[in-house]
Design a protein around this ligand. Structure first.
Ligand SMILES: C[S@@+](CC[C@H](N)C(=O)[O-])C[C@H]1O[C@@H](n2cnc3c(N)ncnc32)[C@H](O)[C@@H]1O
Length: 236
């Protein structure tokens, strides 16, 4: 088994083994598995990790396990979207990046009854679950499929957003450089009074993430942190 560090921070895909910088993005469980000699399993949708987001079977199992955590994580998500500065009655456009089965979008749709939400993800099985889960909101929700690892992932959005929100999604891209790029691309999607709010696993230094955002946004802050889970963001 080859342990290969590449200068671009990614890993040698043929060896299926992540570089040191990618390993800093892994959970304790995955790090333990790596130390025990189990390689990460490269998948079509997560070449540097283990998730198989394009597999209907994998997504079904993942959701069955994850919904059990919805009740406990909802307060953190709710506190995050309370930071959207517009009145609850405003007609706002909100983008949920890596929306998965739509838990964060659901919070937004309930808190802002006139909001139009775009659920973004690159996994068709995930978007299918979101469509079912959010069916009662009909034309207040649209679904866009694109891959965050591609620098044109935002090309299909038709208008700017008053808020871009995301939960436990962007870290899946693994590459710190790409994550930094995504933050920059997101700020380009905001209206003049827009905000970006992110609740994500941060396996490296949260200070770097805040600095990346400060290049484009004001009032950047770490709003709360619970272990590796951090809620942070900024305003245009
Ligand atoms: C841990 S789930 C979180 C889903 C949802 N945001 C939530 O909080 O329940 C991660 C989501 O990110 C999506 N994702 C991972 N890599 C992606 C990529 N490169 N482009 C777009 N979406 C991606 C997955 O398909 C999955 O739906």
């Amino acid at each position: 088994m080859i342990l290969a560090d590449r200068p671009d921070g990614l890993f040698n895909e043929t060896a299926c083994f992540p570089s040191a910088s990618i390993r800093s993005y892994l959970s304790d469980r995955d790090t333990r598995r790596l130390l025990l000699g189990f390689p990460m399993v490269a998948t079509r949708s997560d070449p540097h990790g283990r998730h198989d987001w394009h597999s209907a079977e994998y997504v079904k199992d993942w959701i069955q396990n994850d919904v059990t955590k919805d009740e406990s994580r909802r307060p953190m998500l709710t506190r995050m979207i309370e930071r959207i500065p517009q009145d609850e009655d405003s007609v706002i456009h909100v983008l949920d990046v890596g929306a998965g089965y739509g838990e964060l979008s659901l919070c937004v749709l309930k808190k802002f009854p006139k909001a139009q939400v775009v659920c973004h993800d690159f996994s068709e099985p995930m978007l299918e679950y979101a469509r079912t889960r959010l069916t009662e909101f009909n034309d207040r929700v649209t679904y866009v499929k694109s891959d965050l690892s591609q620098s044109n992932w935002f090309a299909l959005f038709e208008h700017p957003f008053d808020a871009v929100v995301s939960s436990i999604a962007i870290h899946n891209v693994r590459s710190p450089e790409r994550i930094r790029g995504i933050y920059h691309e997101i700020t380009g999607l905001l209206t003049a009074s827009g905000c970006f709010l992110n609740c994500d696993l941060v396996f490296d230094n949260i200070g770097s993430h805040l600095q990346w955002l400060e290049a484009d946004l004001k009032d950047v802050a770490l709003f709360e942190q619970d272990g590796r889970m951090a809620t942070f963001g900024g305003f245009k």
